[in-house]
Design a binder for this molecule. Sequence first.
Ligand code: ASP
Length: 438
Amino acid sequence: MKKLELHWQILIGMGLGVLFAFILSYFEWGSGFITDWIKPFGTIFINALKLIAVPLILASLIKGVSDLKDISSLSKMGLRTILTYLTTTVIAVSIGLIIVNVFEPGKSIESDTREELVESYGGDAETTRQSAQKQKESGPLQALEDLVPENIFGAASSNSNMLQVIFFAIFFGIGMILIPEKQSRPIKEFFDSLNEVILKMIDLIMLAAPYGVFALLAALVVEAPSADLFIALAYYALCVVGGLLLMIGIYALIVGIFTKKTPRFFLNGISPAQLLAFSTSSSAATLPVTMERVEEHLGVHPQVSSFVLPIGATINMDGTSLYQAVAAVFIAQAFGIELSFAAQLGIIATATLASIGSAAVPGAGMVMLVIVLGQAGIPEAGLALIFAVDRPLDMLRTSVNVTGDAAVAMLVAKSQDKLGDPQVKDWDDNYKKEESEK
Ligand code: ASP
């Protein structure tokens, strides 16, 4: 019998997870059961994905950079990558601004709903504001300073230092390019084989994906806030969702124009990573799967994907920047503040920078939203208005973040002549080979 494709398996897992949680919520013991006995499997699944992230970046980026053989190809690719990332982010923020200005969702918020929201979520909003405060207090070059770790083992010991690990890997790769090939060969072989082992580990983790997302979604349903607040915020949420879906369409279009690949090919290839991003709300946790899909299913050469994708997972967040633009203007509208054209241009700049600075973890976009609000003179207390629907929007914007990374990887690969045919390896390929060799 033909095996069901992975994205269908994951979708079924998600659907069953939601259904299971709804059914169990009817019983008094249901939510406790899900929290105690189902949720841990979701956490284990996310942990397994995160576990792979640092070794994967090290192995694949060092291999990718050292394969380039000369520094000028590296700087050319680096420049193209950063410029394309910036362009897609500015497009995303602009789409967000157009939508929120045309549909004006903030004007439909009644004042008693606003008060109810501020009352229910004021405390959470304050916590978010405090975590943003630390970022705001740092100097203008802090981000650059943070890029260079003083100890690689220290940096590699936490997933929140991904950019430092990327810096080390690129630096290490450059060192390898600059020494004679005879001397770099053993270390290159070591990283090549480490890379293969890690890719195989990702295949194994993905076997558990349908069960992992089942657990994650079931836990989300029982922890979700009341439906009434969702309804009050539906118009705002619809604007964000509409913008995010439009963005996915734009990626498919741009990829089609520049690479001649059909939208179906692109979206089919990347869909398991999109679904995982949706279930985990973390582009960092999804990175191993994004890399695998982009290399094996979209045909991007590992030299490009290993460079473009880890950087993208940390700095390219188009979904996040679009959401920040809509949320900022929505809050201004709800408080009756008129934003001038200049203030909206300011939002393009700050939302672009804030999305670069957002960590690739759940809820990070909302923390950085505080900075966008601060710059535009919008009351930060307004965060309380959007708290109730933040999680579902986070799920969708993370999917868009990951889709954007994949699209840019294809564009950069095409421009470097490194876009080929998909080379799909099944998780049990080696096993089958050994069997047939017997
Ligand atoms: N959760 C998002 C990500 O990991 C970031 C955010 O928008 O909160 O890509």
